[in-house]
Design a protein around this ligand. Sequence first.
Ligand code: NAP
Ligand code: MG
Length: 462
Amino acid sequence: MKAHDGMYIDGAWRPAAGRDTIAVVNPADEQVIAEVPAGGAEDVDAAVRAARAALPAWAATAPAERAARIAALRDVLVARRDEIAETVTAELGAPLPFSQAVHAGVPILVAGSYAGLAASYAFEEKVGNSTVYAEPVGVVGAITPWNYPLHQIVAKVAPALAAGCTIVLKPAEDTPLTAQLFAEAVHEAGVPAGVFNLVTGLGPVAGQALAEHEGVDLVSFTGSTAVGRKIGATAGAAVKRVALELGGKSANVILPSADLAKAVGVGVANVMGNSGQTCSAWTRMLVHTSQYDEAVALAAEAAAKYGDRIGPLVNAKQHARVRGYIERGVAEGARLVAGGPEAPREQGYFVSPTVFADVTPEMTVAQEEIFGPVVSLIRYEDEDDALRIANGTVYGLAGAVWAGDEAEAVAFARRMDTGQVDINGGRFNPLAPFGGYKQSGVGRELGSHGLAEYLQTKSLQF
Ligand code: NAP
Ligand code: MG
């Protein structure tokens, strides 16, 4: 695979300060496919300086011109769609059709939405005798994970560009090639030098240097709750803005009036997509006791059908971690009805689509984020019981409710402590705010709410 041996700083690929590198591994066959530089504090400092120097001019650029650059960026992503999909498949392991449709498709939608919002957003508002200006927060330090490698970059960079901010990105060490491709796209789109900068490297080195840098005004992080907590503390101590998109343990609540087969089928597919490596995945399926056995049979069948179409997990560490969780589930008394901890292939970090029955709400597999293709079926007695279980984790990122009529599902969804709920299989909406209640995070991404995260207000009184 093609890789740059430098950092994209101030509009050009420049040599890294040190000589450390990161080997990029294809998780489907465990082969090294490329090497990229592992940056350190010096690289981060150079990138932040470039971003700071570019800020006044970019912040003063008319919103229509910022919108035009984002639209051009979207067009480059469209033109390079196949290359994006192939790159994500090579370094993340997602099956190519999923990479085409989701890993390349969703960022194109999101970039398009911000081209529109940059042009239409009210950056100036009259409030009584005041004019309120929405101004960029400044230099953004963006730290992203590997599970949706391009989406998570675009969900930060596109609104930051729309707001008039400049950016330094530290992508996940497992998926740096997608990030390099994105930097090429930004360049091709004619975004001025220094507005977007890329430093590849390790989290505790380059990531930490970025989060701690005095020249960064907002740290926007997506990843684990453990690292998010640390970044939040660092930002708090520096009185710096922070946005955190963290983990989830979402509930898929199937009410007795629902179309059970559809709800179970869509629910299993929701978890298996991207090999279960989705923070908003509905990993807990809540079924009324009267329908429980039927739901278990349907879920086992749906998982078995998935079989070979599932991709590997991202790396050896996640492979060991997920298989460890499955063993833990068995040890705590959950009943395996599909899949299991054994690796289904000799090569690659594969885990079989796994379904647990007889899961109780306090079991580890029902409380902790597994980040693998594992769904747990939990039984409830009545609606209040279902609500208690649904809300009974430290997380609150997403969820689903299924019922015979929408009003019944909506009434339940309004009582859930979570940031997004799909009603009877509702479609993804790139304009709807995405983000967590409770320990799933702070702040929102996507749409106008996502744009507002990159703005601060100034009021002038007359
Ligand atoms: P992670 O370690 O939190 O990684 C997210 C990003 O933060 C990566 O770019 C990472 O760099 C960086 N990072 C790590 N330590 C850092 C530090 N001390 N200071 C600043 N940045 C730091 O998550 P992960 O290792 O990718 O995955 C572990 C778990 O996180 C998963 O099992 C899952 O539960 C959760 N997760 C959640 C999401 C989500 O969307 N909510 C996404 C991915 C993972 P490196 O790549 O070098 O580690
Ligand atoms: Mg990590």
